[in-house]
Design a protein around this ligand. Structure first.
Ligand code: SF4
Ligand code: SF4
Length: 336
């Protein structure tokens, strides 16, 4: 069964970067230490910040992120604290290295998912993007987690470098025994937004619309037929679809260790955060911030996409856009 997962007003999603350090140097990494800080939050700060975002009257989903969050020696205590505070679901996103013996410090009852990043169906492609040895390490990590009874998911960030291998992923996932598959589109922020020697950024890393629409839905269907739930971003709106900006209608928070709190992930390369944590208190920032852009109504759909990664837009000869770009938080979900 396929359905569009519109922004839920009943739940809130917390994307919590507890550090920005990482053992890998993926070529598409979106972490930008100038904007996001290079500090590691203490357990005391993590607990205080978790307390700020848990909502008693709403389901709150929490995703621990980094950098590589398992590099944090007290991640297991943070997970337990989140559970005690009443977070509805808790996910740890990891590159698969699973530092600090994390699988032995928490139980499958305490965390809902370990989510592993793989960016190629083959070792060669994945390691070209994520670094030598990272494929084998991640596969070993998934096997350990599955064997210990944890729910697992895999995240595959699609770019022009690896879209050809996406069709090979269903059988890889089936053999590993993962429960969910998240297909993501590369965002032109962090490393991909940096200019090369010709002064061009790597917007070309985004797969073109025709290739995206002929590859992603089919691969998602085939994966779901194997009993795996699949989620992928809508990206290109159909003419009858309604455009909505999650920044206006949903409750998503992207938290960084320097205290910045964004409502839109596409804004993360800029000091446009609409909130800030100072001395463990959540404060609103002044004008102009991301929230002032959310209200702009443009024919291209998402305003931040128009500003920072407009290479995915196409125009008719009369200057109107061929299609609108959806909010990056709008997803299609296919249940097995
Ligand atoms: S594993 Fe994640 S945080 Fe680390 S370099 Fe790769 S994309 Fe960046
Ligand atoms: S991605 Fe675009 S539509 Fe979504 S929250 Fe950001 S600005 Fe709004």
């Amino acid at each position: 069964m396929k359905r569009t997962v519109s922004f839920s007003k009943e739940s809130s999603n917390i994307f919590f970067h507890i550090l920005t350090n990482c053992n890998l140097r993926c070529i598409h990494c979106y972490i930008n230490k100038v904007q996001h800080g290079s500090n590691t939050l203490s357990l005391y700060e993590i607990e205080a910040w978790l307390d700020l975002f848990v909502q008693k009257n709403k389901k709150t989903n929490l995703i621990f992120l980094g950098g590589e969050p398992t590099l944090h020696p007290e991640l297991s205590q943070a997970v337990k604290k989140a559970r005690a505070l009443g977070y509805k679901s808790i996910t740890v996103d990891t590159n698969g290295y699973l530092f600090n013996n994390i699988l032995t410090k928490i139980s499958p009852d305490e965390v809902d998912f370990f989510s592993f990043s793989i960016d190629g169906a083959t070792r060669t492609t994945n390691d070209m993007i994520r670094g030598q040895g990272s494929y084998d390490k991640c596969i070993t990590g998934i096997r350990s987690a599955v064997q210990k009874g944890f729910n697992t998911s895999v995240i595959y960030t699609v770019s022009s470098l690896n879209i050809d291998e996406l069709r090979l992923m269903p059988s890889v996932l089936e053999k590993l025994g993962v429960d969910r598959f998240f297909i993501q589109v590369i965002g032109i922020r962090g490393n991909p937004a940096k200019n090369d020697s010709q002064g061009m950024n790597q917007a070309g890393m985004q797969a073109p619309r025709a290739l995206w629409t002929e590859t992603i839905p089919q691969t998602a269907e085939r994966t779901a037929e194997l009993g795996i739930t699949v989620t992928y971003p809508k990206v290109f709106l159909d003419p009858q679809d309604i455009f909505e900006c999650a920044g206006l209608v949903a409750d998503n928070y992207f938290i960084f260790p320097n205290g910045r709190v964004y409502r839109c992930p596409l804004c993360e390369d800029f000091p446009m955060h609409s909130m800030m944590i100072k001395e463990n208190r959540l404060l609103k920032t002044g004008k102009i911030n991301e929230s002032h852009l959310f209200k702009l109504n443009i024919p291209e759909g998402c305003v931040m996409n128009r500003i920072i990664q407009s290479d995915n837009l196409e125009y008719k000869t009369n200057g109107t856009p061929e299609f609108r770009i959806a909010c990056c938080m709008l997803k299609e979900e296919i249940l097995p």
